[in-house]
Design a protein around this ligand. Structure first.
Ligand code: ASP
Length: 347
């Protein structure tokens, strides 16, 4: 006698087929760029960045800062400078720029004190350095590099990290050095603002090796001692030549819990996703604008690069030679969501 499947089993099968074909139809996401040769991508933080809350003067300042950083980093890569030196150089310029929440101009904690975090990682060797809770180091990314290259450790914090910095010949600065008038004014209203931002760089050198680095003051009004995702390797920063170099910005607690920078790599290396699909999935399906607002920049060894975010804007830029282009070097600087600003630079 012929047995028929019960109605619920048929329903499950139909549903499974339908959802599989829906999944198959999901559009693949294109990378923002496909570079050949050396290339650099930077960010200066993601968040509520809209044309309405940005003055034209501020916008011009941010754009020219990002351009300056891209030019300096790209020129160093073209000269064949060591990729980790380029990461430190780029982050160093951004840390000195009071427009961004890293180094000078960093946000402050609930006590009004700047506490800085940074990390960097080499995609070829997997060497890495990270520092957190610094109160007296002008260039936290440079100290992360010292930890990577001149200690037996990967991650150092607070006073111990600052003592190590002195042993390495770095001088300590007063915490007031980091506080600008703008941050003082924001601090006065931090409870409503919870301002944040961060600076980051990912790059591919002339040999095709990857590197990433990130530096931040964290989140405005954070509890003292709080550490965000930025110095946590695999959360805010990660680099692997087999996958991608990634630098994140956003609500750090969510980025730590989802190991975002490593998850991009895992989805690529073990899940077979492209860089663009991996980045999109994490920012829009794992995280979202309410729970895990922020963005990331990433580049893989083939030169695919993304600058993706689920917030209204992200300070960002890239420079390199496009595979499909005329052979000229292009520079991109963007701030808002729907924006395409490109400058093609002659040789
Ligand atoms: N991710 C940083 C933190 O949570 C802040 C930011 O990128 O806006 O410390």
């Amino acid at each position: 006698m012929k047995r028929r499947l019960p109605w619920w089993a048929t329903a499950i099968i139909v549903l499974a087929i339908a959802s599989y074909s829906w999944y198959q139809r999901q559009p693949a996401h294109a990378p923002d760029f496909e570079f050949e040769g050396a290339a650099i991508v930077i960010h200066g933080g993601a968040g509520v960045i809209t044309r309405e809350n940005m003055s034209p003067e501020m916008e011009a300042l941010v754009r020219s800062s990002l351009e300056r950083v891209l030019d300096s980093g790209y020129a160093a890569l073209e000269r064949g400078e060591n990729r980790m030196d380029v990461v430190v150089r780029v982050l160093g310029i951004l840390e000195s720029d009071s427009l961004f929440n890293a180094g000078i101009g960093a946000v402050v904690n609930a006590e009004g004190v700047a506490e800085l975090d940074a990390s960097l990682m080499d995609g070829e060797t997997k060497q890495a350095g990270a520092v957190a809770g610094l109160r007296h180091i002008l260039h936290p990314a440079a100290l992360a590099r010292e930890v990577m290259s001149h200690s037996e450790h990967v991650f150092m914090i607070g006073e111990g990290a600052e003592t190590f910095a002195q042993q390495r010949g770095m001088t300590l600065v007063d915490n007031d050095t980091f506080l600008t008038h703008r941050r003082h004014a924001q601090y006065a209203r931090w409870a409503e603002q919870h301002k944040r931002g961060t600076v980051g760089v990912v790059l591919r050198d002339r040999e095709g090796h990857l590197a990433a680095g990130t530096s931040t003051g964290g989140m405005m009004g954070k509890q003292w001692g709080r550490v965000g995702d930025v110095p946590v390797l695999g959360a805010g920063t990660y680099a692997d030549d087999q996958g991608a170099a990634v630098s994140c910005t956003g609500h750090g607690e969510y980025f730590i819990r989802e190991a975002v920078a490593y998850q991009v790599n895992a989805r690529m290396q073990f899940g077979g996703l492209s860089l663009a699909d991996a980045a999109h999935h994490i920012l829009f399906e794992v995280l979202n604008a309410e729970e895990g607002q922020g963005g990331l920049i990433a580049i893989d060894a083939q030169g695919h690069a993304v600058m993706e975010f689920n917030s209204s804007g992200m300070y960002r830029g890239a420079k390199g030679r496009l595979k499909s282009g005329s052979g000229d070097v292009s520079r991109y600087v963007r701030i808002y969501g729907e924006e395409t600003t490109e400058v093609v630079l002659g040789e």
